[in-house]
Design a protein around this ligand. Structure first.
Ligand code: HSE
Length: 285
């Protein structure tokens, strides 16, 4: 039996819509695989009741098919579905690494990115690699039609997950179809600032670059208490705050010494609007 862990991830980071992604240390999914004549899947852990075990309907089943690697697969979910923290990507990435090793398929981590993204297509309808790329490669990733660029990075983060549900379909439904030239220029500038910040491990630059005037403002309307939580995190020392992926998770970048206070400020701010939440003190890694 082979066991592989794959971490939560966050995509977009404000200015990098459908392009930027980061791997977070926690939470994580654990996937165990054994060779079998046919693929079977069992799912336990966070939100497992919402995840189909039918291999035709589960991301991991698509990965097993793509690698021609039938197996008995057990998924222990640490990353809750519909969190904005790359839940299905964590399972798909862990399964891709595990099955690749189990059957000696010899694929590199980079070659596993499109295979794991096929699993994503099964759940979301679109083969976005902005979560599977960082789940497989770690650090900070830039996904474009031309391929994936990765840089190792180490930036403290608080990922706060409210106990509310925002469907990816709704979150994509509010994305505007066009943007003004001013907004495009601002977003490019912020994205470049963020990327430089990642390569320098500089939370101030990353925080400053986590801003976009196009997608995120529309999505924050779907998250009860967002403005209050953002203000609380900034007052407690966060260098930048944005929606994680399609939400409802919220990501705050910070310096290590401020992390604990930011985590508790975010949970308290959600609490003040009657929303329970959990804050992970983690890091881009
Ligand atoms: N980038 C996607 C979105 C989420 O923001 O809708 C992850 O694929």
């Amino acid at each position: 039996m082979l066991t592989v862990r794959a971490p939560a991830t966050s995509a977009n980071l404000g200015s990098g819509f459908d392009v930027f992604g980061v791997a977070l240390g926690t939470p994580a999914d654990i996937v165990r695989v054994e060779r079998a004549p046919e693929t079977t899947i069992t799912v336990t852990g966070a939100g497992s009741e919402y995840i189909p075990e039918d291999p035709e309907k589960n991301t991991v089943g698509a990965v097993a098919k793509a690698l021609n690697a039938p197996a008995r697969i057990r998924i222990d979910k640490g990353v809750r579905p519909s969190s904005g923290l790359g839940s299905s990507a964590a399972s798909a990435a862990a399964a891709a690494v595990a099955l690749n090793a189990l059957y000696d398929r010899g694929r590199s981590r980079e070659e596993l990115v499109p295979i794991a993204a096929e699993g994503e297509a099964l759940v979301s309808g679109e083969a976005h690699a902005d979560n599977v790329a960082p789940a497989l490669l770690g650090g900070f990733t830039v996904v474009t039609d031309e391929g994936v660029t990765q840089v190792d990075a180490s930036i403290p983060v608080v990922a706060c997950l409210p106990d509310i549900s925002v469907s990816t379909r709704d979150a994509r439904g509010v994305v505007p179809e066009s943007a003004t030239m001013d907004d495009i220029v601002d977003t490019v500038g912020n994205a470049a600032t963020l990327a430089v910040g990642m390569s320098r491990n500089d939370p101030d630059l990353v925080g400053r670059g986590m801003v976009d005037a196009v997608v995120t403002p529309e999505r924050t309307k779907l998250i009860d208490g967002y403005d209050r939580v953002r203000e609380a995190a900034l007052e407690a020392g966060a260098t930048g705050v944005t929606v994680s992926g399609a939400g409802p998770g919220i990501l705050a970048v910070c310096r290590r010494q401020d992390q604990r206070e930011i985590a508790s400020a975010m949970v308290d701010a959600f609490d003040a609007v009657g929303v329970e939440s959990r804050a992970y003190q983690t890091a881009v890694s």
